[in-house]
Design a protein around this ligand. Structure first.
Ligand code: XUL
Ligand code: CO
Length: 447
């Protein structure tokens, strides 16, 4: 991977390419566990994990929150004389960061990368100009686009949603933005295209025709799919579930809800899930639950890697730091066969009071190390095999005899009910949860 900043202004001067130094290193700007080339199972760490950096959090978010102004304004914005100049400088800063981190992928929203124009046509032109420049940087560095998306939630026009807006003109405006973002994604050879319906939901049922809005959403997604396929897009479409925030209720509430929706509207062949850890928590689920649910439907696509704070229940988008959760997540991902088009996108932001230039690096180093540890533990769980064997044995009564006949649909209800006459006392079989939890802890410590 080439060093991008050569020949450009270096925005993160004084910080070089982040290297793997091993667990004993006390260099905060080195990987302790993420060793890109290390083989885990049959693949290199980097090919398992497919790390992506989120343009919005890393190069747009500046510490602003509802209570106060920016705490870490970005030089690529403050040193620029125009919006166009800022967009180009931001692109330089982004590719410098991607290459210094050794991340192979990035993700963006249309509105992260370049300012919105005065008209939809001008916005599209701005995005096309940025796309040409991003394409050059991708070629120069080898960094790839994991997925693109359109922001149908920041502009006040989308206060009532995009695809589910009660006003048709706003829906059409959203479509023009999605079309342009799909074009940019295809041009950049993106491996996926994501829909996160931030405002596709409602604030009050008193002013909402829920049935109609959901139908509009399905039609909107269908049109986007059909257009992208017609343009030759071979990648995956992702829906990113989230239960609420900013709306009171979002239609893509959680993975199970999205699977039902996609199947009902015949979108399940093209769409998969992009699971975000913090969104899972908001929906009252574990991160691993959402991953396993998507995998069970054959629809696990990609991951937005972050975490919330168990105490407050907001979408705090903190960098992942729990080995335990990362191990369970990677276990679910490995069992599902690993990523194909997807990857681990750090939809995570540094805290408002993280104002040192090194903080953005240390945050990503921690996140990447966390998932590297999670991967090694998950592989250990698979290789040792006790947990998968336990689960298999737990369902062994369905592998042969009447259990197998039941799975094949060979009984009607009276025939099934009639079987119990011969059973006598069935007895109790332990679920062995505590044993399994102890086993998991032993893998975590590597004993
Ligand atoms: C918001 C969120 C988004 C999506 C992309 O909670 O996760 O950043 O990932 O629109
Ligand atoms: Co996200």
């Amino acid at each position: 991977m080439a060093d991008y900043f050569v020949g450009h202004k270096e925005y993160f001067a004084g910080i070089g390419k982040i290297k793997y130094e091993g667990a004993k290193s006390d260099n905060p700007l080195a990987f302790k566990y993420y060793d890109a080339e290390r083989l885990v199972g049959n693949k290199k760490m980097k090919d398992h994990l497919r790390f992506a950096i989120a343009y919005w959090h890393s190069f747009c978010a500046d510490g602003t929150d509802p209570f106060g102004a920016a705490t870490h304004p970005h030089p690529w914005v403050t040193d620029s004389k125009s919006a166009a100049e800022a967009a180009e400088h931001k692109l330089d800063a982004a590719f410098e960061f991607f290459t210094k981190m050794g991340a192979e992928f990035y993700c963006f929203h249309d509105r992260d990368v370049v300012a919105e124009g005065a008209t939809p046509a001008e916005s599209e032109k701005n995005l096309q100009a940025w796309t040409a420049k991003a394409k050059e940087r991708q070629k120069a560095t080898g960094v790839k686009l994991l997925w693109g998306t359109a922001n149908l939630f920041s502009n006040p026009r989308f206060m009532n949603g995009g695809a589910t807006n009660p006003e048709f003109k706003v829906l059409a405006l959203g479509a023009s933005q999605v079309k342009a973002a799909i074009d940019a994604t295809i041009e950049l050879n993106g491996q996926g295209y994501t829909f996160w319906g931030g405002r596709e939901g409602y604030m009050s049922l008193l002013n909402t025709d829920l049935k109609r809005e959901k139908e509009h959403l399905a039609r909107f997604l269908t049109l986007a799919r059909d257009y992208a396929r017609k343009q030759g897009f071979k990648g995956a479409f992702y829906i990113e579930p989230k239960p609420c925030e900013p709306t009171k209720h979002q239609y893509d509430y959680d993975t199970e809800t999205v699977i039902g929706f996609l199947r009902y509207y015949g979108l399940d062949k093209d769409f998969r899930l992009n699971i975000e850890a913090n969104h899972a928590e908001l929906a009252g689920h574990d991160f691993a639950h959402e991953l396993e649910t998507a995998a069970a439907a054959g629809m696990l696509g990609s991951v937005d890697a972050n975490r919330g704070d168990y105490i407050n229940g907001w979408d705090t988008d903190q960098f992942p730091s729990s080995y335990y959760e990362a191990a369970l997540a990677m276990f679910a991902i490995l069992k599902a066969g690993g990523f194909t088009t997807g990857g681990l996108n750090f939809d995570s932001k540094i805290r408002r009071n993280s104002v040192d230039p090194a903080d953005l690096f240390e945050a990503h180093i921690g996140g990447m190390d966390t998932f590297a540890v999670g991967l090694v533990i998950a592989q250990r769980m698979l290789d040792d095999g006790k947990i998968p064997a336990f689960v298999k044995k737990r369902y062994a009564s369905f592998d042969s005899g009447d259990g197998a006949k039941f799975e094949k649909g060979e009984f009607d209800l009276p025939a099934l009910a009639g079987l119990v006459k011969e059973y006598g006392n069935i007895g109790l079989t332990s679920g062995k949860q505590e044993y399994l939890e102890n086993l998991l802890n032993s893998y975590l410590l590597g004993l």
